[in-house]
Design a protein around this ligand. Structure first.
Ligand code: 5GP
Ligand code: MN
Ligand code: MN
Length: 484
Protein backbone atom coordinates (compact mmCIF):
# COMPACT_ATOMS: atom_id res chain seq x y z
CA UNK A 1 0.00 0.00 0.00
CA UNK A 2 2.88 2.38 0.62
CA UNK A 3 4.21 1.78 -2.89
CA UNK A 4 2.10 3.21 -5.70
CA UNK A 5 2.25 1.45 -9.06
CA UNK A 6 2.68 4.01 -11.84
CA UNK A 7 2.90 1.66 -14.82
CA UNK A 8 4.09 -1.83 -15.84
CA UNK A 9 7.67 -1.20 -14.75
CA UNK A 10 7.66 1.62 -12.22
CA UNK A 11 6.44 2.23 -8.68
CA UNK A 12 6.74 5.34 -6.56
CA UNK A 13 7.17 5.78 -2.83
CA UNK A 14 5.33 8.86 -1.56
CA UNK A 15 7.13 10.24 1.50
CA UNK A 16 6.82 13.13 3.95
CA UNK A 17 10.20 14.54 2.94
CA UNK A 18 9.06 15.52 -0.54
CA UNK A 19 11.82 13.55 -2.30
CA UNK A 20 10.83 12.02 -5.66
CA UNK A 21 11.42 8.26 -5.22
CA UNK A 22 10.82 5.73 -8.01
CA UNK A 23 11.46 2.00 -8.06
CA UNK A 24 11.97 0.15 -11.32
CA UNK A 25 10.19 -3.21 -10.92
CA UNK A 26 7.60 -5.12 -12.92
CA UNK A 27 4.71 -6.97 -11.25
CA UNK A 28 6.70 -10.26 -11.00
CA UNK A 29 9.59 -8.83 -9.00
CA UNK A 30 9.19 -9.54 -5.27
CA UNK A 31 9.83 -6.42 -3.16
CA UNK A 32 10.81 -6.77 0.50
CA UNK A 33 8.73 -4.73 3.00
CA UNK A 34 11.84 -4.36 5.19
CA UNK A 35 13.69 -2.71 2.31
CA UNK A 36 10.87 -0.18 1.86
CA UNK A 37 11.01 0.60 5.62
CA UNK A 38 14.75 1.08 5.35
CA UNK A 39 14.35 3.36 2.34
CA UNK A 40 11.89 5.53 4.28
CA UNK A 41 14.47 6.05 7.05
CA UNK A 42 17.12 6.90 4.42
CA UNK A 43 14.85 9.69 3.19
CA UNK A 44 15.15 11.38 6.58
CA UNK A 45 18.58 12.40 5.25
CA UNK A 46 16.73 14.98 3.13
CA UNK A 47 15.69 16.66 6.40
CA UNK A 48 19.26 16.45 7.70
CA UNK A 49 20.57 18.19 4.58
CA UNK A 50 17.88 20.87 4.86
CA UNK A 51 19.09 21.78 8.37
CA UNK A 52 22.62 22.06 7.02
CA UNK A 53 21.56 24.66 4.45
CA UNK A 54 22.56 24.53 0.81
CA UNK A 55 22.65 20.76 0.24
CA UNK A 56 19.74 18.56 -0.84
CA UNK A 57 18.66 15.15 -2.12
CA UNK A 58 17.30 15.71 -5.61
CA UNK A 59 16.00 12.26 -6.42
CA UNK A 60 16.15 8.60 -5.44
CA UNK A 61 15.81 5.66 -7.85
CA UNK A 62 15.81 1.97 -6.89
CA UNK A 63 16.68 -0.90 -9.21
CA UNK A 64 14.66 -4.16 -9.57
CA UNK A 65 17.19 -6.11 -7.41
CA UNK A 66 16.40 -3.72 -4.55
CA UNK A 67 16.64 -5.35 -1.09
CA UNK A 68 17.46 -4.48 2.50
CA UNK A 69 21.03 -3.45 3.29
CA UNK A 70 22.73 -2.26 6.46
CA UNK A 71 21.35 1.29 6.67
CA UNK A 72 20.70 1.94 2.98
CA UNK A 73 19.05 -0.67 0.74
CA UNK A 74 21.13 -2.41 -1.94
CA UNK A 75 19.99 -1.13 -5.32
CA UNK A 76 19.62 2.53 -4.30
CA UNK A 77 20.73 5.46 -6.45
CA UNK A 78 20.77 8.85 -4.70
CA UNK A 79 21.37 12.11 -6.53
CA UNK A 80 22.36 15.00 -4.29
CA UNK A 81 23.32 18.61 -4.87
CA UNK A 82 26.07 20.04 -2.70
CA UNK A 83 26.47 16.93 -0.56
CA UNK A 84 28.56 13.81 -0.65
CA UNK A 85 27.23 10.93 1.46
CA UNK A 86 29.87 8.23 2.14
CA UNK A 87 27.23 5.77 3.43
CA UNK A 88 25.35 5.94 0.10
CA UNK A 89 28.26 4.22 -1.67
CA UNK A 90 28.26 1.08 0.49
CA UNK A 91 31.06 -0.38 2.58
CA UNK A 92 32.83 -2.21 -0.21
CA UNK A 93 34.02 0.75 -2.31
CA UNK A 94 33.99 -0.05 -6.05
CA UNK A 95 32.63 -3.52 -5.63
CA UNK A 96 31.97 -4.47 -9.24
CA UNK A 97 31.87 -7.04 -12.01
CA UNK A 98 34.46 -7.66 -14.72
CA UNK A 99 33.44 -9.66 -17.80
CA UNK A 100 35.74 -11.07 -20.46
CA UNK A 101 35.02 -13.05 -23.58
CA UNK A 102 37.36 -15.80 -24.84
CA UNK A 103 38.12 -17.68 -28.04
CA UNK A 104 36.98 -20.95 -26.40
CA UNK A 105 33.69 -22.78 -26.77
CA UNK A 106 31.85 -24.72 -24.10
CA UNK A 107 32.31 -28.07 -25.93
CA UNK A 108 36.07 -27.65 -25.76
CA UNK A 109 36.03 -27.06 -21.98
CA UNK A 110 33.32 -29.42 -20.71
CA UNK A 111 35.44 -32.63 -20.91
CA UNK A 112 38.12 -30.98 -18.74
CA UNK A 113 36.06 -29.66 -15.82
CA UNK A 114 37.62 -32.02 -13.23
CA UNK A 115 41.15 -30.95 -14.16
CA UNK A 116 40.05 -27.32 -14.34
CA UNK A 117 38.57 -27.52 -10.85
CA UNK A 118 41.89 -28.82 -9.45
CA UNK A 119 43.87 -26.10 -11.25
CA UNK A 120 41.55 -23.35 -10.05
CA UNK A 121 41.71 -24.58 -6.46
CA UNK A 122 45.49 -24.39 -6.69
CA UNK A 123 45.46 -20.92 -8.29
CA UNK A 124 42.87 -19.36 -5.99
CA UNK A 125 43.49 -21.09 -2.67
CA UNK A 126 46.85 -22.88 -2.62
CA UNK A 127 49.35 -20.17 -3.51
CA UNK A 128 49.30 -20.73 -7.28
CA UNK A 129 48.43 -17.15 -8.21
CA UNK A 130 51.98 -15.76 -7.65
CA UNK A 131 51.10 -12.07 -7.95
CA UNK A 132 54.50 -10.56 -7.19
CA UNK A 133 54.33 -6.76 -6.87
CA UNK A 134 57.01 -4.17 -6.18
CA UNK A 135 56.23 -1.19 -3.94
CA UNK A 136 56.29 1.03 -7.07
CA UNK A 137 53.69 -1.14 -8.80
CA UNK A 138 51.52 -1.22 -5.68
CA UNK A 139 51.61 2.55 -5.35
CA UNK A 140 51.03 2.92 -9.09
CA UNK A 141 47.95 0.74 -8.88
CA UNK A 142 46.47 2.71 -5.95
CA UNK A 143 47.19 6.07 -7.59
CA UNK A 144 46.38 5.42 -11.24
CA UNK A 145 44.68 2.05 -11.55
CA UNK A 146 45.78 -0.33 -14.30
CA UNK A 147 47.99 2.22 -16.09
CA UNK A 148 49.95 2.63 -12.83
CA UNK A 149 50.16 -1.13 -12.44
CA UNK A 150 51.68 -1.42 -15.93
CA UNK A 151 53.89 1.69 -15.72
CA UNK A 152 57.02 -0.51 -15.88
CA UNK A 153 55.60 -2.92 -18.43
CA UNK A 154 54.63 -6.47 -17.53
CA UNK A 155 57.10 -8.47 -15.43
CA UNK A 156 58.47 -11.83 -16.59
CA UNK A 157 56.38 -14.48 -14.92
CA UNK A 158 56.97 -18.15 -14.25
CA UNK A 159 53.34 -19.16 -14.42
CA UNK A 160 50.53 -17.74 -12.26
CA UNK A 161 48.44 -14.65 -12.95
CA UNK A 162 51.01 -12.32 -14.57
CA UNK A 163 51.75 -14.86 -17.33
CA UNK A 164 48.23 -14.32 -18.73
CA UNK A 165 48.51 -10.58 -19.44
CA UNK A 166 48.12 -9.83 -23.15
CA UNK A 167 49.13 -6.64 -24.99
CA UNK A 168 45.50 -5.56 -25.27
CA UNK A 169 45.15 -5.61 -21.45
CA UNK A 170 47.90 -3.01 -21.21
CA UNK A 171 47.07 -0.71 -24.11
CA UNK A 172 43.47 -1.41 -25.04
CA UNK A 173 41.79 0.35 -22.13
CA UNK A 174 40.82 3.64 -23.77
CA UNK A 175 37.12 4.28 -23.68
CA UNK A 176 36.42 1.42 -21.28
CA UNK A 177 35.28 4.12 -18.89
CA UNK A 178 35.65 2.41 -15.53
CA UNK A 179 38.28 -0.19 -16.32
CA UNK A 180 41.32 2.06 -16.27
CA UNK A 181 41.36 3.93 -12.98
CA UNK A 182 40.68 7.11 -11.05
CA UNK A 183 43.82 9.29 -10.73
CA UNK A 184 44.53 10.11 -7.09
CA UNK A 185 46.89 12.68 -5.64
CA UNK A 186 48.62 10.21 -3.33
CA UNK A 187 48.24 6.81 -1.74
CA UNK A 188 48.74 8.09 1.78
CA UNK A 189 47.25 5.87 4.45
CA UNK A 190 47.96 2.66 2.55
CA UNK A 191 51.72 2.52 3.22
CA UNK A 192 51.38 -0.81 5.02
CA UNK A 193 50.01 -2.56 1.98
CA UNK A 194 52.34 -0.74 -0.44
CA UNK A 195 55.58 -1.60 1.34
CA UNK A 196 54.70 -5.08 2.56
CA UNK A 197 57.96 -6.99 2.27
CA UNK A 198 60.08 -4.73 0.06
CA UNK A 199 61.36 -5.88 -3.34
CA UNK A 200 58.89 -8.06 -5.21
CA UNK A 201 56.46 -9.27 -2.58
CA UNK A 202 53.37 -11.44 -2.39
CA UNK A 203 50.47 -10.92 -0.03
CA UNK A 204 47.28 -12.63 0.90
CA UNK A 205 45.02 -9.74 -0.15
CA UNK A 206 45.33 -9.11 -3.87
CA UNK A 207 43.80 -11.90 -5.90
CA UNK A 208 41.32 -12.89 -3.16
CA UNK A 209 37.65 -13.13 -4.04
CA UNK A 210 36.41 -11.78 -0.71
CA UNK A 211 33.85 -14.36 0.45
CA UNK A 212 30.02 -14.19 0.59
CA UNK A 213 28.36 -13.30 -2.69
CA UNK A 214 31.64 -12.46 -4.43
CA UNK A 215 32.69 -14.97 -7.07
CA UNK A 216 34.78 -15.86 -10.10
CA UNK A 217 32.68 -17.77 -12.61
CA UNK A 218 33.09 -19.52 -15.94
CA UNK A 219 30.00 -19.22 -18.12
CA UNK A 220 29.02 -19.73 -21.73
CA UNK A 221 26.64 -17.91 -24.06
CA UNK A 222 23.36 -19.85 -23.97
CA UNK A 223 21.19 -17.44 -25.97
CA UNK A 224 21.78 -14.35 -28.10
CA UNK A 225 19.13 -11.61 -27.95
CA UNK A 226 20.95 -8.87 -29.85
CA UNK A 227 23.18 -10.24 -32.60
CA UNK A 228 24.87 -6.97 -33.57
CA UNK A 229 25.89 -6.01 -30.03
CA UNK A 230 26.91 -9.59 -29.23
CA UNK A 231 29.12 -9.70 -32.30
CA UNK A 232 30.71 -6.37 -31.41
CA UNK A 233 31.49 -7.65 -27.91
CA UNK A 234 33.02 -10.89 -29.24
CA UNK A 235 30.12 -13.11 -28.18
CA UNK A 236 28.48 -15.97 -30.04
CA UNK A 237 26.48 -19.07 -29.02
CA UNK A 238 28.59 -21.46 -26.92
CA UNK A 239 31.37 -18.94 -26.32
CA UNK A 240 33.10 -19.24 -22.91
CA UNK A 241 32.91 -16.07 -20.79
CA UNK A 242 34.64 -15.12 -17.49
CA UNK A 243 32.82 -13.07 -14.86
CA UNK A 244 34.47 -11.76 -11.70
CA UNK A 245 32.60 -10.11 -8.81
CA UNK A 246 34.80 -8.58 -6.13
CA UNK A 247 35.52 -5.28 -4.41
CA UNK A 248 38.29 -3.47 -2.58
CA UNK A 249 38.60 -5.93 0.34
CA UNK A 250 40.24 -4.44 3.46
CA UNK A 251 41.45 -1.33 1.61
CA UNK A 252 37.91 -0.25 0.83
CA UNK A 253 36.82 -0.76 4.42
CA UNK A 254 39.74 1.40 5.52
CA UNK A 255 38.75 4.20 3.11
CA UNK A 256 35.10 3.86 4.10
CA UNK A 257 35.95 4.19 7.79
CA UNK A 258 37.92 7.34 6.97
CA UNK A 259 34.87 8.79 5.21
CA UNK A 260 32.59 8.01 8.15
CA UNK A 261 35.08 9.49 10.65
CA UNK A 262 35.51 12.62 8.52
CA UNK A 263 31.75 13.03 8.27
CA UNK A 264 31.36 12.64 12.04
CA UNK A 265 34.21 15.09 12.76
CA UNK A 266 32.74 17.70 10.41
CA UNK A 267 29.23 17.44 11.87
CA UNK A 268 28.32 20.88 13.29
CA UNK A 269 28.65 21.08 17.08
CA UNK A 270 25.42 21.36 18.97
CA UNK A 271 23.30 19.88 16.18
CA UNK A 272 21.74 16.53 17.11
CA UNK A 273 23.03 13.54 15.13
CA UNK A 274 20.46 12.29 12.58
CA UNK A 275 18.37 9.36 13.83
CA UNK A 276 19.35 7.14 10.88
CA UNK A 277 23.08 7.82 11.44
CA UNK A 278 23.58 8.77 7.77
CA UNK A 279 25.94 11.76 7.66
CA UNK A 280 26.93 13.86 4.68
CA UNK A 281 30.56 14.84 4.36
CA UNK A 282 30.61 18.53 5.27
CA UNK A 283 33.68 20.65 4.52
CA UNK A 284 36.52 19.69 2.18
CA UNK A 285 36.17 16.10 0.95
CA UNK A 286 39.66 15.99 -0.66
CA UNK A 287 41.28 13.55 1.77
CA UNK A 288 38.34 11.15 1.68
CA UNK A 289 38.12 11.33 -2.11
CA UNK A 290 41.81 10.46 -2.41
CA UNK A 291 41.44 7.38 -0.19
CA UNK A 292 38.23 6.55 -2.02
CA UNK A 293 40.01 6.62 -5.42
CA UNK A 294 42.88 4.53 -4.02
CA UNK A 295 40.41 1.87 -2.89
CA UNK A 296 38.48 2.04 -6.18
CA UNK A 297 41.73 1.54 -8.12
CA UNK A 298 42.66 -1.40 -5.91
CA UNK A 299 39.31 -3.03 -6.72
CA UNK A 300 39.95 -2.63 -10.46
CA UNK A 301 43.35 -4.29 -10.00
CA UNK A 302 41.92 -7.06 -7.88
CA UNK A 303 39.28 -7.93 -10.48
CA UNK A 304 41.97 -7.77 -13.16
CA UNK A 305 44.09 -10.37 -11.35
CA UNK A 306 41.11 -12.59 -10.55
CA UNK A 307 40.33 -12.66 -14.27
CA UNK A 308 43.99 -13.52 -15.02
CA UNK A 309 43.68 -16.43 -12.57
CA UNK A 310 40.61 -17.77 -14.40
CA UNK A 311 42.53 -17.39 -17.67
CA UNK A 312 45.48 -19.29 -16.16
CA UNK A 313 43.22 -22.21 -15.20
CA UNK A 314 41.70 -22.32 -18.69
CA UNK A 315 45.12 -22.07 -20.34
CA UNK A 316 46.29 -25.16 -18.46
CA UNK A 317 43.47 -27.32 -19.78
CA UNK A 318 42.80 -25.73 -23.19
CA UNK A 319 45.96 -23.94 -24.34
CA UNK A 320 45.33 -20.56 -25.96
CA UNK A 321 42.44 -18.76 -24.20
CA UNK A 322 42.23 -15.57 -26.28
CA UNK A 323 40.51 -13.65 -23.47
CA UNK A 324 39.47 -10.04 -24.02
CA UNK A 325 37.87 -7.52 -21.66
CA UNK A 326 34.24 -6.65 -22.36
CA UNK A 327 33.73 -4.40 -19.36
CA UNK A 328 34.51 -3.65 -15.75
CA UNK A 329 31.34 -2.31 -14.13
CA UNK A 330 31.44 -0.71 -10.67
CA UNK A 331 28.32 -0.92 -8.49
CA UNK A 332 29.41 0.83 -5.27
CA UNK A 333 30.67 4.21 -6.38
CA UNK A 334 29.92 7.92 -6.61
CA UNK A 335 30.01 10.17 -9.67
CA UNK A 336 30.50 13.88 -8.85
CA UNK A 337 29.71 16.39 -11.63
CA UNK A 338 31.08 19.86 -12.25
CA UNK A 339 27.60 21.30 -11.57
CA UNK A 340 27.72 20.19 -7.92
CA UNK A 341 25.46 17.16 -8.28
CA UNK A 342 26.67 13.77 -7.11
CA UNK A 343 25.16 10.44 -8.20
CA UNK A 344 25.72 7.79 -5.52
CA UNK A 345 25.17 4.19 -6.56
CA UNK A 346 24.97 1.55 -3.85
CA UNK A 347 24.44 -1.85 -5.45
CA UNK A 348 23.47 -0.33 -8.80
CA UNK A 349 25.42 -0.30 -12.04
CA UNK A 350 25.79 2.55 -14.55
CA UNK A 351 23.79 1.98 -17.75
CA UNK A 352 24.95 4.77 -20.05
CA UNK A 353 23.80 4.76 -23.65
CA UNK A 354 25.61 4.59 -26.99
CA UNK A 355 28.07 7.47 -27.42
CA UNK A 356 29.60 6.92 -30.86
CA UNK A 357 32.91 5.96 -29.24
CA UNK A 358 33.91 2.56 -30.76
CA UNK A 359 33.79 1.01 -27.27
CA UNK A 360 30.34 2.44 -26.57
CA UNK A 361 28.69 1.98 -29.95
CA UNK A 362 26.01 -0.23 -28.42
CA UNK A 363 25.77 1.41 -24.99
CA UNK A 364 27.52 0.66 -21.74
CA UNK A 365 27.65 -3.08 -20.93
CA UNK A 366 25.36 -3.90 -18.00
CA UNK A 367 26.21 -7.10 -16.14
CA UNK A 368 23.32 -8.78 -14.29
CA UNK A 369 24.41 -12.04 -12.64
CA UNK A 370 21.69 -14.33 -11.34
CA UNK A 371 23.09 -16.50 -8.56
CA UNK A 372 25.39 -19.48 -8.12
CA UNK A 373 24.18 -22.11 -10.60
CA UNK A 374 21.62 -19.81 -12.28
CA UNK A 375 21.73 -17.90 -15.60
CA UNK A 376 23.14 -14.38 -15.85
CA UNK A 377 22.59 -11.65 -18.46
CA UNK A 378 24.61 -9.08 -20.32
CA UNK A 379 22.62 -6.05 -21.44
CA UNK A 380 23.42 -2.76 -23.13
CA UNK A 381 22.66 0.51 -21.38
CA UNK A 382 20.18 3.00 -22.86
CA UNK A 383 20.92 5.94 -20.54
CA UNK A 384 17.37 6.30 -19.22
CA UNK A 385 17.12 9.67 -17.40
CA UNK A 386 14.20 8.41 -15.32
CA UNK A 387 16.52 5.69 -13.91
CA UNK A 388 19.40 8.16 -13.40
CA UNK A 389 21.22 6.05 -16.01
CA UNK A 390 21.36 3.11 -13.60
CA UNK A 391 20.51 -0.58 -13.77
CA UNK A 392 20.32 -3.61 -11.47
CA UNK A 393 23.65 -5.28 -10.67
CA UNK A 394 22.21 -8.72 -10.00
CA UNK A 395 19.02 -10.62 -9.27
CA UNK A 396 19.16 -9.50 -5.63
CA UNK A 397 18.65 -11.40 -2.42
CA UNK A 398 15.17 -12.85 -1.86
CA UNK A 399 15.60 -13.97 1.75
CA UNK A 400 17.89 -12.43 4.36
CA UNK A 401 21.15 -14.22 5.15
CA UNK A 402 20.06 -15.96 8.37
CA UNK A 403 16.83 -17.31 6.86
CA UNK A 404 18.69 -18.81 3.89
CA UNK A 405 20.97 -20.76 6.24
CA UNK A 406 17.93 -22.70 7.49
CA UNK A 407 17.35 -24.19 4.00
CA UNK A 408 17.20 -27.98 3.75
CA UNK A 409 20.25 -30.27 3.60
CA UNK A 410 18.69 -32.37 0.85
CA UNK A 411 18.33 -29.30 -1.34
CA UNK A 412 21.97 -28.36 -0.80
CA UNK A 413 23.13 -31.90 -1.59
CA UNK A 414 21.12 -31.95 -4.81
CA UNK A 415 22.62 -28.60 -5.75
CA UNK A 416 26.19 -29.79 -5.06
CA UNK A 417 25.61 -32.91 -7.17
CA UNK A 418 24.41 -30.85 -10.15
CA UNK A 419 26.72 -27.91 -9.99
CA UNK A 420 30.43 -27.37 -9.61
CA UNK A 421 31.44 -25.01 -6.81
CA UNK A 422 35.15 -24.52 -6.17
CA UNK A 423 35.94 -23.37 -2.62
CA UNK A 424 39.05 -23.46 -0.39
CA UNK A 425 37.70 -26.67 1.03
CA UNK A 426 37.53 -29.79 -1.13
CA UNK A 427 34.19 -31.21 -0.01
CA UNK A 428 34.74 -34.49 -1.89
CA UNK A 429 37.97 -35.31 -0.03
CA UNK A 430 37.23 -38.09 2.53
CA UNK A 431 39.65 -36.58 5.07
CA UNK A 432 37.79 -33.26 4.87
CA UNK A 433 34.39 -34.98 4.98
CA UNK A 434 35.38 -36.62 8.27
CA UNK A 435 35.64 -33.20 9.93
CA UNK A 436 31.94 -32.69 10.74
CA UNK A 437 32.44 -29.28 12.42
CA UNK A 438 34.25 -27.81 9.43
CA UNK A 439 31.88 -29.33 6.87
CA UNK A 440 28.80 -28.13 8.78
CA UNK A 441 30.04 -24.53 8.88
CA UNK A 442 30.94 -24.73 5.20
CA UNK A 443 27.45 -26.03 4.34
CA UNK A 444 25.82 -23.28 6.40
CA UNK A 445 27.80 -20.60 4.53
CA UNK A 446 27.03 -22.12 1.17
CA UNK A 447 23.27 -22.21 1.87
CA UNK A 448 23.34 -18.41 2.29
CA UNK A 449 24.56 -18.19 -1.30
CA UNK A 450 22.42 -20.95 -2.79
CA UNK A 451 20.09 -20.14 -5.72
CA UNK A 452 17.01 -20.24 -3.47
CA UNK A 453 18.41 -17.30 -1.45
CA UNK A 454 18.16 -15.09 -4.56
CA UNK A 455 15.37 -13.75 -6.75
CA UNK A 456 14.71 -15.15 -10.18
CA UNK A 457 16.80 -13.05 -12.58
CA UNK A 458 14.30 -13.13 -15.51
CA UNK A 459 11.72 -10.67 -14.08
CA UNK A 460 14.59 -8.34 -13.09
CA UNK A 461 15.87 -8.30 -16.66
CA UNK A 462 12.31 -7.91 -18.00
CA UNK A 463 11.84 -4.83 -15.81
CA UNK A 464 15.04 -3.24 -17.12
CA UNK A 465 14.01 -3.96 -20.70
CA UNK A 466 10.41 -2.85 -20.23
CA UNK A 467 11.45 0.40 -18.56
CA UNK A 468 13.91 1.19 -21.36
CA UNK A 469 16.85 1.14 -18.94
CA UNK A 470 18.87 -1.57 -20.67
CA UNK A 471 18.33 -4.08 -23.46
CA UNK A 472 19.38 -7.78 -23.27
CA UNK A 473 22.34 -8.84 -25.43
CA UNK A 474 23.09 -12.40 -24.30
CA UNK A 475 22.07 -14.94 -21.67
CA UNK A 476 24.91 -16.80 -19.93
CA UNK A 477 24.85 -20.15 -18.15
CA UNK A 478 27.44 -21.13 -15.56
CA UNK A 479 30.01 -23.94 -15.94
CA UNK A 480 31.57 -23.54 -12.51
CA UNK A 481 31.83 -20.94 -9.77
CA UNK A 482 34.81 -20.20 -7.54
CA UNK A 483 33.67 -18.92 -4.12
CA UNK A 484 35.80 -18.07 -1.17
P1 5GP B 1 26.13 -7.83 -4.33
O1 5GP B 1 26.99 -6.95 -5.16
O2 5GP B 1 24.94 -7.09 -3.84
O3 5GP B 1 26.92 -8.46 -3.27
O4 5GP B 1 25.61 -9.03 -5.23
C1 5GP B 1 25.43 -8.95 -6.60
C2 5GP B 1 24.55 -10.02 -7.17
O5 5GP B 1 25.33 -11.12 -7.60
C3 5GP B 1 23.54 -10.69 -6.25
O6 5GP B 1 22.41 -9.89 -6.09
C4 5GP B 1 23.22 -11.98 -6.99
O7 5GP B 1 22.15 -11.79 -7.90
C5 5GP B 1 24.48 -12.26 -7.77
N1 5GP B 1 25.24 -13.43 -7.29
C6 5GP B 1 25.60 -13.74 -6.02
N2 5GP B 1 26.35 -14.87 -6.00
C7 5GP B 1 26.48 -15.27 -7.29
C8 5GP B 1 27.18 -16.36 -7.94
O8 5GP B 1 27.85 -17.20 -7.33
N3 5GP B 1 27.08 -16.43 -9.30
C9 5GP B 1 26.37 -15.53 -10.03
N4 5GP B 1 26.32 -15.66 -11.38
N5 5GP B 1 25.70 -14.50 -9.45
C10 5GP B 1 25.77 -14.37 -8.10
MN1 MN C 1 29.01 -6.42 -5.11
MN1 MN D 1 31.27 -6.39 -2.46
Amino acid sequence: PRLVRLDDNWLSLPNPHGVPVEICAGPDVPLEAAAVDELLTVLETAGTLRTLGSARIDRVVCTPDFHKGAGIPIGTVIQTTGALIPAAVGNDINCGMRVETTALTVDRIRPHLDALERRLRHLFFEGGRRIGLTAARREGLLRYGLSGLFADGVPDADGGAWAQVRPDDVTGLDGRLHATGFPAESAAGFEDWISSGGGVSYDSIIGSIGGGNHFAELQYVSAVHDGAAAHAWGLAPGRVVLTVHSGSLSLGHQAGALGRDAARAAWPRGLPMPRNGILPLAGDPARYLTAFRNAANFAIGNRFFLAMMLRAGLADVAGEVGARLIYDAPHNLLWPSADGTVVHRKGATPAGGPTGDPHRLYGEPVIVPGSMGAPSYLLRGLDAPRALGSAAHGAGRRVPRGAAARGSDAELDAFLRDFRVVTPLDHRDPAVLARRDIIDAWRRDLKQEAPWAYKDVAPVVDSLRGAGVASPVVELRPLLTVKG
